[in-house]
Write a protein that binds this ligand. Structure first.
Ligand SMILES: [Mg+2]
Length: 192
């Protein structure tokens, strides 16, 4: 089992504790690694190399992620020990947490494809009227949403991929309408 252990505000809160834990992990055939968001180069990591690594005989690898998300920078870690859980999943450039690259790529790609389909459905239905200017009462909106959710349900049950693309995008457009008209605050004020 690979165990990723943070340094700052984790090991250095009680080096003796973590040094014994690391020895114990190694003796039980586990694979502890130290993973710090510090930079790769320079004197930044020299202090703990000297203090901590000496105590564990330099037997444990140290990975410096340079503020990149730890789970992306280091493969195969089963358990993380970290005082700052977000730093495991997020990049921390400029003190602002940014979803790690693979998360961004995943959500970005999927969201983009879905948004494109939503636009396509709006264009295909343009002859039915101006969707953007449409201001249905809640009850009307709900019945439209349910109607399209039912179509989506049938397409899902039938394994109809093209139907799932079409009707999920339709549902998405009605969700945007609900969000915009009844979630975002004063619609009239937003229009001016
Ligand atoms: Mg820390």
């Amino acid at each position: 089992m690979r165990i990723g252990i943070d340094y700052d505000d984790t090991i250095d809160r009680d080096p003796g504790l973590f040094i014994s834990l690391i020895h114990e992990m190694v003796s039980r055939k586990h694979d502890p690694v130290i993973v710090t968001a510090r930079e790769y180069e320079g004197s930044d990591i020299k202090d703990f190399r000297d203090r901590v690594m000496k105590a564990i005989n330099y037997a444990v690898p140290v990975y410096c992620t340079g503020s990149n998300a730890k789970h992306v920078a280091v493969d195969g870690v089963d358990i993380w020990i970290d005082d700052w859980p977000l730093i495991v999943t997020h990049d921390t450039k400029g003190n602002r947490f940014v979803p790690s690259l693979d998360t961004q790529e995943y959500t970005g790609k999927r969201f983009h494809a879905f948004a494109e389909q939503m636009e396509q459905e709006l264009r295909a239905n343009i002859h039915k009227g101006n969707f953007d200017a449409w201001e249905p009462e809640p009850a009307h909106l709900i019945s439209e949403i349910l109607h399209h959710v039912n179509k989506l349900a049938s397409a899902l049950e039938d394994g109809d991929r093209s139907g799932v693309r079409e009707f999920s995008a339709d549902v998405g457009n009605y969700m945007v309408k609900a969000f915009h008209l009844y979630g975002e605050g004063d619609y009239e004020a937003n229009q001016n």
